[in-house]
Design a protein around this ligand. Sequence first.
Ligand code: SF4
Length: 347
Amino acid sequence: MEPFYLPTAEMLTLKGSAQQVWHDQAADLRSKQFGRQVFVRAVVEVSNFCRENCHYCGMRRDNRTLDRFRARLEGLQELLVDKRPASVTDVNIQAGEDPVAVREVVLPLVRTLRQETPLGISICLGTLSASVYSELQDAGAAIYIIKFELADAIRYAELQGPGSLVERIDHIHLLANMGWKVSSGFIAGLPAQGAKELLANLALARTLPLDGCSVSPFIPGEETPLASSETANIDLTLNCMAAMRLMRPDWVIPAVSALHLAEPGAGYRRGLRAGANLVTINLTPPNIRQDYVLYKRDRFIMTEERILSAIAAEGLSPSEQSLVGFYRQKESHRTVPVEQRIESPAM
Ligand code: SF4
């Protein structure tokens, strides 16, 4: 087994032409591993109720200025079964930590999608019980997105991250042991966070049983204790993405929409140039999405048009295979003996 690529603090602070060369290496590795195709997933944000109180998030429970909503199940079913864009192969159902929404909206939605569409289904619902993870899996979801946010347990507690860092990591292991494909992630550029802390985030990610991982630039959220802090340095964020790709060529790494907020106009495409291979179209119904406020009410929505034009501009194209289909294929290759693989007729 090859040793893991280990980024250094100097790498995370690269800029200019040296940074360009390094990001090109990450993008080349992405293309070698996955081709020029990127996975296209839709996200629907189904509830902005949240029992947690993270300092870095506008949906924290202490934000009393927010109109809280749960999306209507029927509207989401109609949207995703009959009206989704043709490029979408997967959907991510996302919410604050809201067990009511899990029962009333997410579980029936997953069942409908499993029965009526070929969509791969990811969910991002926070820390739940093992029995609820099982119900979601039985209903047809396959990928669980659960970010560890930052590797420093003391700082995690100060920022009131969900539960505790230890619990979060335990749940990542639990989900992976249950057969979920797990994607995690962390925030880059939180106040008082530099290259040393980001290396610790990368080091933690490397030890976890993950199939994908994200890096989100810190964006100071309205009505949060960090509202007056500075937005993350985009170069630091992109360097973490490149380091992650070089560290784990096989991981699915998204270009997150917050890259656009950290560097309007260019940040998102630079993410694709630093090795990302997953993009997300926001399909949350317009009447509710202004209240799904991770950062600011005035949201920049990643529409199908914006996403497709960004990937085309980078010489990439949408994958026809779903992300879940890709993981299944990878799994079957792992379990089929090599001789048999060679002899199998092409499908
Ligand atoms: S980051 Fe997630 S868990 Fe934390 S307040 Fe926001 S929605 Fe809730």
